[in-house]
Design a protein around this ligand. Structure first.
Ligand code: NAD
Length: 516
């Protein structure tokens, strides 16, 4: 007979810490502080919908370069001349996509599935197979308007991550005072490993599956890490293909090219918003951005624009890193030259590494560079407690979503390093996405100056409310009114931002009630 112990219950597991539970710590903290309505809290604690689905695509044939030792066996293999070089597409990992037309009319010398190209390398011909990709769309909350949030193409994505990012969009749209809720999604893949036509096929198939879940008044995606205006154009085409009122559907995605209904100023909007916040931070202290130094993590859409705009305001970039490495120049990096270097088609990885105007340093040494400002503009969870202990900056303006862990937050507070939290600092993107959506709806076109002016006012107004909440300084000025949001005591800036979001969202539930 089994002993009593065999049947003893396993102890209740301690709740698992995940990216989502970590991201929600500040939500719970702020909700407790303001005594958020219990039912509103339940509504916000978990997403409305979590969609997981699969996308398949037929990949193209590839030429994979052999290592020098492997290539020795083919030393006498003659070179195959490529008559139509446009048919070959080189990927960041060194592989070549072989479009059928590349070798049309060429004398092809293939031995055991290998050929030598004019670059001297021997390549193995790998036939294209069909592949399946995991795709997500999390719709967190729509109390204030349609779900809104980016699409990420990245190898390291998960339901948990998208839940965290979708919730973040709910807070951000409330803070930015745009009439949207929060959503996020994407596909688990590294876009640098696929050819242009393959990414097109994957994207079209993605929208084919997504179409029944979203709409211009239901859920509106935008670019995020690994996606861009070209991907948005494909998504728009696929969504509106064959529809009778195609022109009315342009607002299905934002972040489009300006020539097809995108907004002026959207490309740079997130970086611009980061810069406006930093400018206002210093203006509040009677200082200016001019002469300040900064370090940057990530030189993609957000990082490169933030750097160029801060550079134009007179700040100096000392160090920057991306997925491939870190560069440093104590006299300041020429940001425009760096942007041109990264955008050069010959720079296959689109990396800052190798830029002649700076020296390469160890990737992790970015955190030791002494500067006034750090702008993290890459991925989440990068500023850990250890990193926070090392930093030699006075201000962090979070361009990325969730770059700082809760432990690191506590270290930053202890060390007196100031913070402009992500949900305000990078809200410029979704704010101009809203302008794009309105322009699409009204069939209007606003100038860049008009967009920038509105964005500046929106960013600074809401950032000032957050500062007032943080300092417990209720007041009404010509620009903003923080009286409804201050809570009678001072709080840190991340908590202040969350309080602003929760109070704005809660108002919808309390005034409109709950649909049954
Ligand atoms: P992007 O793909 O254009 O650029 C990402 C950059 O981060 C690249 O330079 C990449 O090399 C770098 N990177 C990736 N992994 C890294 C690593 N481990 N270490 C250092 N660098 C690394 O993406 P983006 O649109 O600029 O987005 C960057 C961040 O900003 C993300 O957190 C995103 O969610 C957030 N964000 C973007 C927008 C927007 O409008 N694009 C809006 C709000 C927030």
């Amino acid at each position: 007979m089994a002993s009593e112990e065999t049947f003893m219950r396993a102890p209740a597991p301690t709740p698992k810490r995940t990216i989502y539970t970590e991201a929600m710590e500040i939500f719970h903290f702020a909700a407790d502080l303001i005594g958020l309505d219990k039912r509103v809290r339940l509504e916000l604690e978990e997403p409305d919908y979590e969609h997981i689905f699969y996308v398949t695509a037929k990949l193209k044939d590839r030429l994979v370069p052999l290592l020098p030792e492997e290539a020795k066996a083919f030393s006498d293999l003659p070179v195959t001349q490529v008559r139509n070089p446009d048919g070959l597409e080189r990927l960041a990992n060194g592989n070549l996509i072989l479009n059928g037309r590349a070798l049309l009319g060429s004398d092809v010398a293939i031995r055991h599935g290998h050929l030598r190209l004019p670059d001297g390398h021997v390549y193995q011909l790998v036939p294209g197979e069909s592949q399946r990709f995991k795709a997500y769309r999390v719709q967190h909350n729509q109390a204030r308007g349609p779900y809104k949030g980016g699409l990420r193409y990245h190898r390291e994505v998960s339901l948990d991550l998208f839940k965290a990012l979708a919730a973040e969009m709910t807070w951000k749209t409330a803070i930015a005072e745009v009439p949207f809720g929060g959503g996020k999604g994407g596909i688990q893949l590294d876009p640098r490993e696929y050819g242009r036509e393959e990414l097109e096929a994957i994207t079209l198939r993605f929208m084919y599956r997504l179409k029944s879940l979203i709409g211009p008044n239901i859920d509106i995606p935008a670019p995020d890490v690994g996606t861009n205006p070209e991907i948005m154009a494909l998504l728009y085409r696929q969504f509106s293909d064959g529809e009778r009122e195609r022109h009315n559907l342009r607002g299905i995605v934002t972040g489009k090219d300006v020539r097809i209904g995108g907004s002026e100023g959207r490309g740079k909007a997130t970086g611009q918003g980061v810069a406006f916040c930093i400018e206002d931070y210093y203006a509040d202290r009677g200082e200016s951005v001019k002469g300040k130094t900064f370090v940057l993590q990530g030189f993609g859409n957000v990082g490169s624009h933030a750097a160029m705009i801060l550079g134009n305001m007179g700040a100096r970039l000392l160090a920057v890193n991306d997925a491939d490495g870190t560069i440093f120049n104590g006299d300041g990096i020429d940001v425009n030259a760096l942007a041109a270097y990264v955008a050069d088609p010959k720079n296959l990885k689109r990396s800052v590494v190798g830029f002649p105007g700076a020296q390469r340093i160890e990737k992790k040494d970015l955190w030791d560079v002494q500067a006034d400002i750090l702008v993290p503009a890459a991925l989440g969870g990068e500023i850990t407690a250890d990193v926070a202990e090392r930093l030699k900056v006075k201000l962090i303006a979070e361009g990325a979503n969730g770059p700082t862990t809760p432990e690191a937050d506590r270290v930053l507070q202890k060390r007196g390093i100031e913070l402009i939290p992500d949900i305000i600092a990078n809200a410029g993107g979704v704010t101009v996405s809203y302008y794009e959506w309105i322009q699409n709806k009204r069939m209007e076109r606003w100038s860049e100056a008009e967009v920038d002016q509105r964005l500046e006012r929106a960013m600074k107004r809401n950032y000032r409310i957050i500062r007032d909440i943080s300092r417990n300084q209720p007041r009404k000025t010509e620009m903003h009114d923080s009286r409804p949001y201050c809570i009678g005591k001072t709080v840190d800036s991340r908590c202040a931002a969350m309080i602003l979001a929760l109070k704005r969202i809660e108002a919808h539930y309390l005034l409109e009630g709950f649909s049954q």
